[in-house]
Write a protein that binds this ligand. Structure first.
Ligand code: HGY
Ligand code: MN
Ligand code: MN
Length: 415
């Protein structure tokens, strides 16, 4: 039997599996549109379950749709050592965001199965529901419920733009399991993910040893003015909700710039109620988010946004509501898990650097209840949440090897 020191994954099989599953929700521009708890999500979940069961694993589903594929070890009294990520995508999603982490976990199971390697502790691969938070906000919804930060009933009652409830959509695809979300425990959790930023590629590093994750603040913004005739309403008498919204959006950008280079601010969704080219918009809604590695800076940005909103409301004679919907503090990953990733990377001889995650990940919530860390690999031009998202086969394989070796190293230490 192979020792754990020289086990490596099957690069081509991992790559082929990534390309194969990318067909489920494939878009003409080469990406994936596979929104959470849609039938496409069901299809990829069914596929994942069948692949894990073909390896002799048992797959359980909790009442938030999280999937847990369990491979027994010698000591099944021990909590599993777990890895995983998410299979749902953005509307303009790519082939790697989330998918790489779940399919690398599957590749770990396949490698152990092929070699007959028996681990001490059980191994587990997790597919977390609704990581993206696009169809139902906030993001990392099911891992947030798992760690006890988000409320399950709140989650079930979230609605998408068509008024469909998350709980109903989850049941509709047949993945509202019986097990209570949070009951499945692990001793450690590791998540492999593309960096989704430009640093690793720019520095020609194969691996990112992730030490921290930045904090986030998400807002729903609502500007109420007054619809009126575009031709007969003099400029000083207008209550133009879109002009006011534009000023708030510019303020969001300026607030982020003021705390650059680490701060970022984004408006991703904007909607005018009953838009018409010759009506002054009376009602505009839009989303906003800030991110930064330090919560204290996010507090300053939060305050600046509230002040800007109040000032613009007075200036434009409209009502500006800026409603915080998600407060997600900065993350410090578990030092022992970070060390396991670093050691595995050095053992494999890969180039690496330590890095802070700019994106949120399920691992960031799991870290609240389980020793956790992440492995990053580069993506082309640092682009993600875009159908052209791309990565190299050798980088995906390197990340999966680090994932395998880090988990095996932890397994060697279980008592
Ligand atoms: O928004 C995020 O950081 C993640 O990609 N859902
Ligand atoms: Mn992701
Ligand atoms: Mn994402």
């Amino acid at each position: 039997m192979q020792s754990q020191t020289n086990l490596t994954i099957n690069d081509q099989r991992l790559w082929d599996t990534l390309m194969e599953t990318a067909k489920i929700g494939a878009t003409p521009k080469g990406g994936i549109k596979r929104l959470t708890v849609t039938d496409l999500d069901r299809q990829v979940r069914d596929w994942f379950k069948a692949q894990c069961e073909a390896l002799g694993c048992t797959v359980t589903v909790d009442d938030m749709g999280n999937m847990y594929a369990l491979r027994p070890g010698k000591r099944n009294d021990l909590p599993p050592i777990a890895c995983g990520s998410h299979l749902d995508t953005q509307p303009t999603g790519g082939k790697f965001d989330g998918v790489l982490g779940v399919l690398s976990g599957l590749e770990v199971l396949r490698t152990l199965h092929d070699t007959g390697y028996e681990t001490e502790a059980p191994f587990m691969v997790v597919n977390w529901t609704n990581e993206e938070g696009s169809r139902f906000a906030p993001a990392m919804l099911a891992s947030g419920v798992y760690c006890g930060t988000l409320d399950k009933d709140m989650a079930y009652n979230l609605t998408d733009k068509d008024g469909i409830r998350f709980g109903d959509a989850l049941a509709e695809i047949g993945y509202k399991g019986d097990a209570p979300c949070g009951a499945q425990k692990f001793s450690h959790f590791f998540e492999l993910h593309i960096e989704q930023g430009p640093i690793l590629e720019a520095e020609d590093k194969t691996i990112g040893v992730v030490t921290h994750g930045q904090g986030q603040r998400w807002y729903d913004c609502h500007v109420t003015g007054r619809e009126s005739h575009a031709g007969t309403t003099p400029m000083p008498l207008r209550k133009d909700a879109l002009v006011a919204a534009a000023r708030v959006i510019t303020a969001i950008n300026d607030i982020a710039e003021a705390s650059a280079p680490l701060a970022v601010g984004t408006v991703g969704v904007l909607d005018i109620r009953e838009p018409s080219r010759n009506v002054i918009p009376g009602e505009v809604t839009f989303t906003a988010e800030f991110r930064h590695p330090e919560d204290a800076v996010l507090d300053v940005m939060d305050k600046a946004l509230a002040e800007a909103g109040a000032k613009i409301a007075r200036m434009e004679n409209v009502d500006v509501e800026i409603k915080p919907i998600w407060h997600y503090p900065a993350v410090n990953f578990d030092p022992d898990c970070v060390a396991a990733v670093r050691q595995a990377t050095e053992d494999m001889g890969y180039s690496y650097r330590e890095i802070v995650s700019g994106a949120g990940h399920d691992a960031c919530y799991v870290n609240r209840v389980t020793p956790t860390s992440m492995v990053f690999v580069p993506c082309k031009d640092g682009i993600s949440h875009n159908e052209i998202e791309d990565a190299k086969m050798e980088h995906c394989a390197a990340g999966a090897n680090v994932l395998l070796r880090a988990m095996l190293a932890v397994d060697q230490r279980v008592s």
